[in-house]
Design a protein around this ligand. Sequence first.
Ligand code: TYM
Length: 337
Amino acid sequence: MLKETVLSGIRSTGFLHLGNYFGAIRNYVRMQEEYNCYFFVANWHSLTTHPDTSELRTSVHRVMAENIACGLDPEKVALYVQSDLPEIAELYLYLNTMAYKGELEKTPTFKDKVRQNPENVNAALLTYPVLMAADILIHRAVKVPVGKDQEQHLEIARNYVQRFNHRYGNVFPEPHAFNYGSKLVKILSLDGNGKMSKSENQMNTLYLADEDDQVIKKIMKAKTDSGPSTPNEEKPDYIENLFTLLREVSAPDVVKKYEDDFNNSSAGNCIIRYGDLKKQLAEDMVQFITPIREKVNAILGDENYLKSVMKIGAEKAKVSAEATITAVREAMNLNYH
Ligand code: TYM
């Protein structure tokens, strides 16, 4: 049976964190066993917010190494850098003709970026979802493992598929966001203010590169409160976030103990001890992050290996990208000789 095609990417804008891992990479690692997989470093996308390219090369190498250290096998998947595939830029141009300014201006991620950086509202930032659609459609991927924050971008990509197929004939299948669990994941920042992110709020973000003492310090400072006021209360999102992390890295009996402690607590009878929970979480998180961090450092020390991975990845990806561009040009009557 023909395997379904999977694609996903990560911007090279800083160190990867637990949101990237639990929202995306963990799924990649599982999917590589079952699907025809393409994973890439979105270095063009990073230019929309990070125009200074002096650190870009280091950052691309790091994201590559982090992907591999987390378990991606460059022999099983095509692991490449976006700018090594110029076919994406060509498809981006075509898709731009069916991308409407009003729609793009309404995209929540665009509005956030404008708020954060009002002096650099460039056209590539506005058309960020168009480039993302091109990344996906260049391999005609149907499953896109991403975190919750990318959901709207997938919806936009499906709009372009419908418009393209309607205008020029059936070239693209519709891509959908994917997670092995039932819901897409959103890991919050440890202070509960928004999602964990590569370049903001670094003291409340757990990076795969963090040293043990940083992991412990950050977790011990994570936001908690004085405890639930009634038994079986719904958890506030910052507490739920700690439980989400605990479920990922701690033993099931540990999780159960703290779940029970939470559910049996009420005002005047607080059984749950957040200090103990955080201490346990910190200990288990150190066990989780340390081997990844060490592997990343080993891979980064072998530049020749990284270069060969990127070269082979680009060659693999090019085969599928060229086939798609040929089909697109034919459908659009752009083939003249
Ligand atoms: P980026 O680089 O911001 O993040 C990479 C992946 O990590 C997920 N993620 C999270 N998941 C859960 N909780 C969080 N706090 C969290 N933070 C990040 C993201 O959802 C993403 O899956 N636009 C994309 C990169 C991209 C792309 C693509 C993805 C470019 N082209 C094509 C898929 C397909 C982005 O900025 O991801």
